[in-house]
Design a protein around this ligand. Structure first.
Ligand code: BGC
Length: 721
C-alpha cells in the first residue's frame, strides 16, 4: 500500500465515489434502454406470455428475442428437488443437495452473518442447478404457536426478522440469483389459507407485520416478492391494491417483480390492476399438461387489451419488472456464476448454523455438557432417528445426507460410550402412549448413566401424507400445543427411571411442557437443524460446542396463554380473523400483560456466564449511542447475544413494555471483556400513530434495557428525546 496524505485520500475517495455513482447511473440508464427496446419489439401475445407460468416453476420466455424463462425453485432452506415441467418429479437427476437448518433455527442464531452465509449457499447451489429465483426467505410473523409453517419462518419480532432477512437476501443475490421474500402479507396461519380474510389495525400492520418486508425491499434490495394466499381487509393479498401497489411499489419503491403464490390469483382484473406481475401455479384442473395461456393473466388479458378494456402500459410495467430482474441477475446478457453443489464448505455452513441455532433452554446443576466419565447413554424417541428433510410441504429438501441425532451422538460420542436406542413412541395418526414402548425405554434409561429423549413435533414426509400427523407442515396447523403420540407419559416415565434425563425437542416452535418441565434437568430446543443437525446437537451435548442460540419467539406455558389464542378473535367458520391482539404479539404481550412465559423471547443458556456492566446512553433524536461492557465470567469460551430493548415511559397511545431495537452476538474467551457500542436511530423510538396515520417520535423519556433475554435485563439506562 502506498501512503497518501489525508486530503489526497479524501479527494481520491470522492472521485472514486462519483465515478462509481456515474457508472451505476449509466448502467441503470443503459439497462433501461435495453429493456425499453425489448418491450418495443414484443407482440402483445409475447408480453402476456411473460406474465404467467409456462410450467410448474417457470415463467414464459420469448426465445425470438433472447428472453429466457425465469426458473424458480423452493426454498427456503434448500434448492428443491427437480419437478420437471409438471409436478410429478424427475428421477435419476442429481438434485439432492445441501439441506440447511430451517428458518426458525437460522433466526435462533441471532447472527446476521450466518443469514448471509445461509443465503450464499442457496444462491450458489441454485446457480449450479440452473435456477434463477429461490422462493425464500419466508418471513411471516410467528403469531400463533399453532401455525404449521412456523418452522419455515423466523420470529415473532419484526426487528430480528429484518436483520436476519437482509443478510439472507444479500447472500442469495450476491451469487447472482434472485431471492423471493414471502408470503406478503398476513399469512400467519395455514387453516383456510386460501380463503381466510385477515383484519388488523393499521398500527399492527405497520409495526409488526410489515417491517420485515420493508427491510427486504429497502435494505436488502430483494428482486422478487411473493404475494400470499389469504385475503387482507377483504381483498386477496396477491391482488391487493393497498398492500401491493400503494405500500410495496409506491411507498417503498419496489422495482422488482411481484410473483403470486402458487394459485393465489383469483381473477384477471384485480391481479392485473393491483400489481401482481407474474401469475404462478393456478389450478386449471387439467394437469399434467395444462394450457398455461388459460391462466387469469393469459389470453383474457390479450383480449381485454385488444378491446380497449385494459391499458397496455400496465402490462408493459409488469414485463419491465420481470426484465429488470433478469438483467439484474445476468440472465439476458452478462455472465452467470457457475455455482457449487454439495461442497464441504456448504455442509460446514449448515453445521455452523445448527450449532449456533440450537437453544439450551434449561440446564439444572449443569448436567450439560456431559462429563467425560459417562459410559452409557440411553437414546430414546422417534425423532432421534427420523429424517426430517422431506417433511413440511413445499420447503421439502432432498438432502445429500442427513445426520440424525442418534447418528450424531454415536459419531461424536465415539465408541467408548455405549449408546442404546429405543423408539419410545409411534408417530402414527392418533397414536397415544404405547405402554410397551414406554416400559422398554424406561428400562433402558434405568440401566444407563444418562437418558436423552429426542421428541417434540414432526412433519409429514410428502404431499400424500401431509395430513398424517404433519404438525409442522404447509397447509395444516397444529390442533393444539400438547405433545403428540403420548410423549408426556414417555418423558415422565424416563425421568422417573433416570433423573439424569436430557430432553431434546425437535420442531418449529413451542410445545406444552408443563407436565414434566420441572422435573427435566436439561432441555434443548433443536428445531429442524438441517443435514448436520445431529452432529451439531451432539457437539453441544458433549461440550465441543458451547450453545449460543436464543429463542426467536416466546415459549408460552400453554396454548391458552398465547395472545393470538387468548385475545385474538376469529369467526366460527374460521373465514375471518381479527387480530385483536394487535401489536401485542409474543413478548410484547407477555411483558405488557405480565404473563409468565415458559421460556422468554431471547432466552438461551450457555456453558459459561456473562457479566454486563457500565451502561452509558447518549445522544439526540437522530442518533442514540448505547455503550456497555460484557465479560465472560466463566471458564469456557462462549458467545452471548446482547439485546437492547427500548421502552417509552409515557406516550399518547399505549406502547408495549419493551421492544427489541438492537442486538449483537459477541464471542468471548474466559475472562475476556469487550465494550459494545450500538447505535439507535430515530426509528428505534417511534411508533405508528394510527389516528394521525404516521410514524411519530413523541418527545419524552425512554428506558434503554440491556440484557441476555427479554426477561433477563441486566442494565437499565435512560435517554430524554
Ligand atoms: C407455497 C409457497 C411455495 C409455492 C411453490 C406454495 O404452496 O405457499 O411457499 O413457494 O407453493 O412451491
Amino acid at each position: 500500500m502506498v501512503y497518501k496524505s489525508a486530503p489526497i485520500r479524501i479527494l481520491l475517495l470522492i472521485t472514486a465515489t462519483v465515478l462509481a455513482l456515474t457508472a451505476n447511473a449509466q448502467t441503470n440508464a443503459s439497462t433501461e434502454a435495453k429493456i425499453n427496446a425489448l418491450i418495443k419489439k414484443m407482440t402483445l401475445e409475447e408480453k402476456v406470455h411473460m406474465i404467467h407460468a409456462s410450467s410448474s416453476f417457470t415463467s414464459g420466455g420469448v426465445p425470438r428475442l433472447g428472453i429466457p424463462e425465469l426458473v424458480t425453485s423452493d426454498g427456503p432452506h434448500a434448492v428443491r428437488r427437480e419437478h420437471g415441467r409438471g409436478w410429478s418429479g424427475l428421477n435419476n437427476v442429481y438434485d439432492s443437495g445441501t439441506y440447511l437448518p430451517t428458518g426458525v433455527c437460522l433466526a435462533a442464531t441471532w447472527n446476521p452473518k450466518l443469514g448471509y452465509a445461509f443465503g450464499a449457499v442457496l444462491g450458489s447451489e441454485a446457480n449450479f442447478r440452473g435456477k434463477d429465483v429461490i422462493l425464500g426467505p419466508g418471513i411471516n410473523i410467528i403469531r400463533s404457536p399453532l401455525n404449521g409453517r412456523n418452522f419455515e419462518y423466523q420470529s415473532e419480532d419484526p426487528y430480528l426478522i429484518s436483520k436476519m432477512t437482509v443478510g439472507y437476501i444479500k447472500g442469495v443475490q450476491d451469487q447472482g440469483i434472485s431471492a423471493c421474500v414471502k408470503h406478503y402479507a398476513a399469512n400467519n396461519i395455514e387453516t383456510k389459507r386460501n380463503t381466510v380474510n385477515v383484519n388488523m389495525s393499521e398500527r399492527a400492520l405497520r409495526e409488526i407485520y410489515l417491517p420485515g418486508f420493508k427491510a427486504a425491499v429497502t435494505e436488502g434490495n430483494v428482486n422478487t416478492l411473493m404475494g400470499s394466499y389469504n385475503k387482507f381487509r377483504g381483498q386477496w393479498a396477491t391482488q391487493n391494491y393497498y398492500l401491493v401497489t400503494q405500500i410495496l411499489k409506491k411507498e417503498w419503491g419496489f422495482k422488482g417483480a411481484v410473483i403470486s403464490d402458487w394459485g393465489a390469483v383469483h381473477n384477471t382484473l384485480e391481479a392485473f390492476w393491483n400489481g401482481c406481475d407474474l401469475e404462478m401455479g393456478t389450478d386449471l384442473g387439467m394437469l399434467p399438461n395444462p394450457n398455461y395461456s388459460k391462466f387469469f393473466m393469459g389470453d383474457t388479458v390479450v383480449t381485454l387489451i385488444r378491446n380497449g378494456k385494459l391499458d397496455e402500459k400496465i402490462l408493459d410495467d409488469k414485463v419491465r419488472r420481470i426484465l429488470y430482474v433478469m438483467y439484474k441477475t445476468n440472465m439476458i446478457d452478462g455472465v452467470r456464476k457457475k455455482g457449487e453443489y454439495n461442497t464441504k464448505a456448504h455442509q460446514q455452513t449448515a453445521l455452523k448454523i445448527a450449532e449456533e441455532g440450537i437453544v439450551l433452554l434449561k440446564n439444572d446443576n449443569r448436567i450439560l455438557p456431559l462429563s467425560s466419565s459417562i459410559k452409557s447413554i440411553a437414546v430414546i424417541g422417534f425423532n432421534a432417528e427420523r429424517n426430517q428433510a422431506m417433511g413440511g410441504g413445499s420447503s421439502q429438501a432432498k438432502a445429500f445426507y442427513e445426520v440424525t441425532p442418534l447418528q450424531g451422538l454415536k459419531s461424536i460420542g465415539g465408541n467408548k460410550i455405549n449408546i442404546t436406542y429405543n423408539q419410545g413412541y409411534r408417530i402414527e395418526r392418533g397414536a397415544t402412549a404405547d405402554n410397551t414402548l414406554i416400559t422398554q425405554a424406561a428400562d433402558a434409561a434405568s440401566k444407563a448413566d444418562v437418558a436423552i429423549v429426542v421428541g417434540g413435533w414432526t412433519h409429514g414426509y410428502n404431499y400424500n401424507v401431509w395430513s398424517d400427523n404433519a404438525y409442522d407442515a404447509e397447509d395444516t396447523d397444529k390442533p393444539d400445543m400438547y405433545m403428540p403420540f403420548g410423549q408426556d407419559e414417555l418423558i415422565k416415565a424416563v425421568i422417573k427411571a433416570n433423573p439424569k434425563t436430557i430432553v431434546v425437542l425437535i420442531g418449529g416452535g413451542p410445545i406444552d411442557m408443563t407436565r414434566w418441565v420441572n422435573n427435566a434437568p436439561a432441555i434443548l430446543q433443536a428445531w429442524y437443524p438441517g443435514m448436520e443437525g445431529g452432529n451439531a446437537l451432539a457437539k453441544i451435548i458433549f461440550g465441543q460446542v458451547n450453545p449460543s442460540g436464543k429463542l426467536p419467539m416466546t415459549f408460552p406455558k400453554t396454548l391458552e396463554d398465547a395472545p393470538a389464542e387468548k385475545i385474538g378473535m376469529k369467526s366460527k367458520d374460521l373465514q375471518q380473523l381479527y387480530y385483536t391482539d394487535d401489536i401485542y404479539v409474543g413478548y410484547r404481550y407477555f411483558d405488557t400483560y405480565k404473563v409468565e412465559p415458559q421460556f422468554a423471547f431471547g432466552h438461551g443458556l450457555s456453558y459459561t456466564t456473562f457479566e454486563y456492566s457500565n451502561l452509558t446512553v447518549q445522544g439526540s433524536k437522530k442518533k442514540v449511542t448505547v455503550t456497555f461492557n460484557i465479560k465472560n465470567s466463566g471458564s469456557v469460551t462462549g458467545a452471548e447475544v446482547a439485546q437492547v430493548y427500548v421502552k417509552q415511559e409515557k406516550s399518547t397511545l399505549p406502547r408495549p413494555e419493551k421492544e427489541l431495537k438492537s442486538f449483537e452476538k459477541i464471542m468471548l474467551q474466559p475472562g475476556e471483556q469487550k465494550t459494545i457500542i450500538l447505535t439507535l436511530n430515530a426509528d428505534a423510538f417511534q411508533y405508528y400513530n394510527d389516528i394521525k396515520n404516521e410514524w411519530v417520535l413523541e418527545p419524552g423519556v425512554f428506558d434503554i434495557l440491556v440484557g441476555g433475554s427479554s426477561k433477563a435485563i441486566k442494565l437499565t439506562g435512560k435517554v430524554t428525546l
